[in-house]
Design a protein around this ligand. Structure first.
Ligand code: AGP
Length: 619
């Protein structure tokens, strides 16, 4: 979720751009950069640029030590690394071969590898690991062919696959900035004699509140006095004009009250982004950061997943999927326990460390222990370049973007996606699942973002439910199979946000003790498995009957069309129909919304709950 700024107008572009990047710092990033068009009175101008890993202060020190020349046209970027480590070389902007075009990018270009190899075959020298640099070279090739920057951008967008916001400047055209978007945000700030571009309105809100939102597959050219929008084929198009009445704080949360709520609603895009670029041009699964050979994968005879908190629950879901698709036994361990139980490890054990932050001390110490036992370690992580992936043999990065809220939401859902991809990839290498089966499951995964949107569209029902429970003293969560970790995660969200006693149980475990907790009016949230061949659905209904018979208020999350549950549900929250192994991707959403809303109604700080930190870097 990079930050992007563009400017053309009478002000000093460097100042406007850097200040705009400062307004976008909340998004989280690991490097920053700026590029300016420096006109030359007589001939073509040139690009002046500066970029630096780390925080904006590092970039500001660079430009303080060697000031950039005056300019009225510029672009800037704060990068959240996806392809390539967070260092100076990979920081944006990136320049074309002749340093005539500078470009910044937010998103993932799925076909960048083949585009890069074609450029290198034509003796282009690319210095970074990024997909972005490839685009800068392509746009520059177009303007060198004689077309203007707008046409160049249109032509390049037609060959790109994936999600992208692109913003570019041309040294030979000092009065314009051109941008394009597909599945990634971009807004225009409309000023008097000046125009702005931003990944969100926070980038320019101090200059103008008049905004123009671009639609899908559109290119925009801004000059001092005008905005021209087209589609990728150059046909005129319209943006959505609106007035921004948010203050800066609301703008950073995209109008939501909390970063956590914003991140809950970002989950369709986070899941879609985490699925991008996972197929070769021949349709096979690829996990480019995997760095484990096929032989090493075939050699795996046990998998141990280690994690903490919400990430541990992602590991519990992963166990069901990995064992079902690969037939490899999977153990799931709390990182803090793993290292002290003298685990049985050898070179055929794959240890999978799941961590959103990549800095959790318990998990870091656990992988260090695993490596002393000659086990290979694969990290599933959302933070490029963090310690845990750096100390692992292999990594699968999730592409949730920065997660600001302490309570993990999109981090969790994208961990599930990464675990499913790992399971399918191992199944593909070991041959325990055929290509058509893998294709079918990938198709089901690719349909999930839209299904999450459906669940989010029903948020008000969950908010009303939360309002009915502001007086609750305890809430139970029940689930079976892959729904059991979802119940645990739902309970954790309520604990960490509403400071309420909440507990998740395997529904089949109730009669072995926990059912003694049930009393009149106790709210019990039940994750009902999809109907299917096995007994799961029936057994879950039995568990719900048991608690209802003892006075519980049963709030059931059940798939559309499930009529058998109706007599046992005091409240019914409908879920889209998805396969049982993928149901956590949709069943978790109402539980996140419930906890977020209840905590809000109780007046708690949802983004910074008491006693908690976003990354627990102490054991
Ligand atoms: C989840 O809402 C919590 N913030 C916490 O349990 C978190 O999942 C845990 O600390 C692990 O963090 P990590 O994924 O960054 O390793």
């Amino acid at each position: 979720m990079c930050g992007i700024v563009g400017y053309v107008g009478p002000q000093q572009a460097q100042h406007v751009v850097v200040e705009g990047l400062r307004r976008l710092e909340y998004r989280g990033y690991d490097s920053a950069g700026v590029a300016l068009v420096v006109p030359d009175g007589t001939g073509p101008g040139r690009i002046a640029e500066a970029k630096k890993a780390g925080k904006l202060a590092n970039l500001e020190k660079v430009v303080a030590d060697s000031p950039l020349p005056a300019s009225h046209t510029g672009i800037g970027h704060t990068r959240w690394a996806t392809h390539g480590a967070p260092n100076d070389v990979n920081a944006h902007p990136h320049l074309g071969h002749e340093r005539r075009v500078a470009l910044v990018h937010n998103g993932i270009i799925e076909n960048f590898a083949e585009l890069r190899s074609r450029l290198e075959a034509d003796d282009h020298v690319l210095v970074s690991e990024t997909d972005t640099e490839v685009v800068a070279h392509l746009v520059e090739l177009q303007v060198q062919s004689g077309v203007d920057l707008t046409t160049a951008m249109q032509r390049v967008c037609l060959v790109l696959e994936g999600a992208f916001t692109l913003v570019a400047i041309d040294a030979h055209d000092p009065e314009r900035v051109v941008a394009a978007r597909r599945n990634s945000p971009l807004v225009v700030g409309v000023g008097e004699g000046e125009h702005f571009l931003g990944s969100d309105v926070a980038a320019f809100i101090e200059h103008t509140r008049e905004a123009l939102e671009l639609g899908q597959d559109q290119v925009v050219c801004i000059t001092r006095d005008g905005v021209e929008i087209t589609d990728f084929r150059g046909r005129p198009a319209e943006g959505r004009r609106y007035h921004v009445d948010w203050d800066l704080s609301a703008a950073e949360k995209d109008g939501h009250d909390w970063f956590m709520r914003k991140e809950i609603f970002e989950q369709p895009k986070a899941v879609a982004d985490s699925l991008l670029g996972r197929r070769t041009q021949h349709g096979l699964l690829q996990l480019d950061e995997m760095r484990l050979s096929d032989d090493e994968i075939r050699d795996i005879d046990k998998i141990i997943i280690i994690a903490c908190g919400t990430s541990f629950y992602a590991g519990m879901v992963a166990k069901y999927a990995i064992e079902h698709w690969t037939r490899i036994p999977v153990e799931v361990e709390l990182s803090s326990e793993f290292r002290y139980r003298d685990p049985i490890l050898d070179h055929s054990t794959l240890v999978v460390a799941i961590s959103q932050s990549g800095e959790t001390a318990d998990t870091l110490q656990a992988i260090r222990h695993a490596r002393t036992q000659r086990s290979r370690v694969l990290a599933i992580c959302n933070t490029n370049g963090s310690t845990i992936p750096r100390e692992s043999d292999a990594v699968i990065y999730t592409h949730a973007g920065p997660e600001i809220g302490v309570a993990s939401t999109k981090g969790f859902l994208t961990q599930l996606v990464a675990c499913y991809l790992l399971a399918l990839y191992v199944a593909q290498v070991k041959g325990t699942r055929y290509g058509d089966e893998i294709d079918q499951i990938m198709g089901q995964l690719e349909a999930i973002p839209e299904q999450i949107e459906t669940v989010l569209a029903g948020a008000q029902q969950v908010y009303d439910l939360a309002a009915e429970h502001t007086g609750a003293r305890s809430v139970l969560f029940l689930g079976r199979h892959a729904g059991y970790p979802v119940a645990l995660e739902g309970a954790l969200k309520l604990k960490e946000l509403a400071y309420l006693h909440a507990e998740g149980f395997a529904a089949g475990e109730l009669k072995h003790g926990p059912i003694a907790l049930v009393e009149e009016g106790l709210p019990v949230l039940c994750v009902v498995p999809p109907r299917g061949r096995d007994q799961l659905h029936e057994k879950m209904i039995s568990g719900i009957q048991e608690v209802r018979a003892r006075g519980a208020r049963t709030i059931c999350l059940a798939e559309e069309g499930d009529t058998k549950i109706e007599p046992y549900a005091d409240v019914l929250v409908r879920l889209p129909q998805v396969p049982v192994l993928l149901q956590p991707l949709v069943a978790t959403i109402p539980l996140q919304l419930f906890a977020c809303e209840l905590a809000t109604l109780l007046g708690h700080d949802v983004d910074q709950p008491r006693n908690l930190a976003k990354s627990v870097t102490v054991e």
